[in-house]
Design a protein around this ligand. Structure first.
Ligand SMILES: [Zn+2]
Ligand SMILES: [Zn+2]
Length: 153
């Protein structure tokens, strides 16, 4: 039996989380990993109990939907809520982080950002990641990486 690689395992988790996104503008998922263990996950969505874009439409200001909290922020906030340290952790995201999330990830002590898709990769975000010594690595999700028929009984 061929086991799924760690990178594909965590990246698949982020893509699974993205399916829970409530904003149709962009479905994003983020998985925070420490010592090869998933410590948090987040997706692009409204505050808990709030109106969802998929029900009420997006709340767009300056071409951005302001209703949602980005996946990366949601994952970090889950750590804050439950008191889980993020220092030295890694994050797997479906899309290259925006500038705001970039700053939050750096400030939370994230050391490596694995992203599946390029998404408006902001030059200043790349500059800040480099400045902070955060490693950036593109890890594309392999099509059909989850093959339930591949399991040897
Ligand atoms: Zn929205
Ligand atoms: Zn963001």
């Amino acid at each position: 039996m061929k086991r799924i690689s760690w990178d594909q395992y965590f990246m698949a988790q982020s893509h699974l989380l993205a399916l829970r996104s409530t904003c149709t503008r962009l479905m994003v998922g983020a998985t925070v990993v420490r010592d090869k263990r998933i410590i948090a996950g987040g997706y692009n969505g409204s505050i808990a109990g709030g109106d969802h874009c998929i029900d009420k439409g997006c709340y767009v200001i300056d071409n951005h939907c302001v209703r949602t909290i980005h996946a990366e922020m949601n994952a970090l906030l889950q750590c804050a809520k439950f008191g889980v340290p993020t220092e030295g952790a890694e994050v797997y995201v479906t899309h290259f982080p925006c500038l705001q999330c970039c700053k939050a990830l750096i400030q939370a002590g994230i050391k490596t950002v694995y992203y599946a898709k390029d998404y408006k990769n902001h030059p200043y975000a790349i500059e800040l990641f480099h400045q902070a010594g955060v490693k950036l690595e593109k890890v594309e999700l392999i099509d059909k990486v989850i093959d339930f028929n591949n399991v040897v009984q």
